[in-house]
Design a protein around this ligand. Structure first.
Ligand code: GLN
Length: 493
């Protein structure tokens, strides 16, 4: 068996008992990655030798009896949007060609402190804008369950790498669903923490009032371990909150008896895939059979979420992406007449069509004649969306919904039509607008073809323990998370 089939909690137990070494694990990670990458393309690049050296170093430290962190020797794949010192960081974009990160993001420093080893650069939609990873400047990542389909996005590489067993866990970022949606489409666990739970220092910003970093894992226990490792106040990110970081694994009691779970009536929409709806409804029944009380709730402003998100996210992106000007980072156009010409040529050649579209949209909604009509109004509706959730949480402990309206679609199916692509985020964007937390976990499969379906569990601000508890109880009562895509089909021969 390849060691990458195991979860973090299984691996760390065996590593601690010295039944396996970090070097053996690293060798299996490299072997699996080499085997599946020609077909999967989850990674933009990876350095096997660097991983092996770090793993051997961890083994030596263990032999010397040093106190090691809870993730000691665990390789963690990193989305191309996070700075890892000495590694490239291109955000799936040509404009950052040549940029090498001069420092570690806080989440990377925290992972290292817990003993984990950052591994490789995972593919993504350019600057995290997209829902399919087709917007990467470096080619699409394929869904491990069906290579003709997309893995979701924008963290498609992060989801696919865990699903294909290349690495036990990865990090991604979620601005409007980019962790939960690909986790759902690839059949893994993906968690978006509460706004402020995890420092974004060293995350290349897309929309600063929405972005959060979070883990992809094989199961809920691993998600709890990863979240514990990366959370906490950071003086380098003023939006990170000084809430204590609990041991999230302690919340995983398996007991949901008497908990109230809200089912929002606005989240079962006409037009959503019947098989997805059936799987999610069956999951709700399962939770009820475990003793949870299901209550109907209403989130009346849900319908406005996508419109509000695509105003606020593009507005913030247009400001954040102004820094890519050919002077400070990455590539610079040659043969420019003067600086203005240079900015235009660099940005014109460096950004892909979706990023360009968003910058134009964002600049438009912020422009003086339209600011009140679009941006200001969107901010007001955002407050109403948040209020809906806060009101709902007076009636329930957590909310359960589908993560996405359909299973993974075919490569190319929606790439010519940005508006239908945006609809993939209909159940996830409101969570970012409200700043609350959410996790997606496997809850079944469609029949023909067999594709994973995700259940989304949402919690109040800093309610991660509650959503992990619900997700874990469901996971332990079902077997969906044990099913894996065929490695034979994935492996290049
Ligand atoms: N798919 C959404 C978008 O295209 C969300 C992206 C994200 O969460 N980074 O903006």
């Amino acid at each position: 068996m390849n060691l990458t089939e195991l979860t973090i909690h299984e691996l760390s137990g065996r590593l601690a008992k010295k039944e396996i070494s970090a070097a053996e694990l690293a060798r299996d990670v490299v072997a699996r990655t080499e085997a599946v990458e020609p077909r999967l393309h989850a990674f933009l690049e990876w350095k096997g030798e660097e991983l092996l050296a770090a793993a051997r170093d961890m083994d030596e430290r263990r032999t010397r009896g040093e106190a090691l962190g809870p993730l000691a020797g665990i390789p963690v794949g990193i989305k191309d949007v996070l700075n890892v010192k000495g590694h490239t960081c291109r955000c799936g974009s040509k404009i950052l060609e040549g940029y090498v990160a001069p420092y570690d993001a806080t989440v990377i420093a925290k992972l290292r402190a817990a003993g984990a080893i950052p591994f490789g650069r995972l593919n993504m939609d350019e600057f995290a804008m997209g829902s399919s990873t087709e917007n990467s400047a470096f080619g699409v990542t394929r869904n491990p369950w069906d290579l003709e389909r997309i893995p979701g996005g924008s963290s498609g590489g992060s989801a696919a790498a865990v699903a294909a067993g290349e690495v036990p866990a990865t990090l991604g970022s979620d601005t409007g669903g980019s962790i939960r949606q690909p986790a759902s489409l690839c059949g893994v666990v993906g968690l978006k923490p509460t706004y402020g739970r995890v420092s974004r220092f060293g995350l290349v910003a897309f929309a600063s009032s929405l972005d959060q970093i979070g883990p992809f894992t094989k199961d809920v226990t691993d998600a709890a371990m990863m979240l514990g490792a990366i959370s906490g106040r950071d003086p380098n990110d003023s939006t990170s909150v000084p809430e204590p970081v609990p041991d999230y694994t302690k919340a995983l009691t398996g007991d949901v008896k008497g908990m109230k779970l809200g089912l929002p009536k606005e989240y079962f929409i006409p037009g959503m895939d019947k098989e997805v709806e059936a799987a999610v409804r069956a999951a709700v029944d399962k939770l009820a059979s475990l003793g949870a009380e299901i209550v109907e709730i209403s989130l009346p402003h849900s319908d406005y979420g996508l419109a509000v998100y695509y105003i606020i996210a593009t507005a913030e992106a247009s400001a954040n992406l102004a820094r890519f000007d050919g002077v400070r980072y990455g590539s610079r156009a040659k043969d420019a007449k003067d600086p203005i010409d240079m900015y235009g040529r660099t940005r014109g050649a460096g950004f892909g069509p979706e990023v360009t579209r968003r910058i134009i949209l964002g600049t438009y909604v912020l422009s003086s004649g339209y600011y009140d009509a679009y941006y200001l109004r969107a901010q007001k509706v955002r407050t109403l969306i948040r209020r809906d959730f806060m009101e709902a949480f007076t009636k329930c402990d957590a909310i359960v919904t589908p993560t996405t309206p359909s299973a993974a679609f075919r490569i190319g199916e929606k790439s010519e039509d940005p508006l239908t692509m945006y609809l993939s985020d209909i159940f996830t964007v409101n969570v970012n607008l409200a700043g609350i937390c959410g996790v997606s976990l496997p809850c079944g499969f469609t029949k023909q073809p067999r594709l994973p379906v995700g259940l989304q569990v949402l919690g109040k601000p800093f309610g991660e323990e509650t959503i992990l508890k619900v997700a874990h109880a469901y996971e332990q009562a079902t077997e969906w998370h044990e099913e894996k895509p065929s490695i034979e089909i994935l492996s290049h021969s």
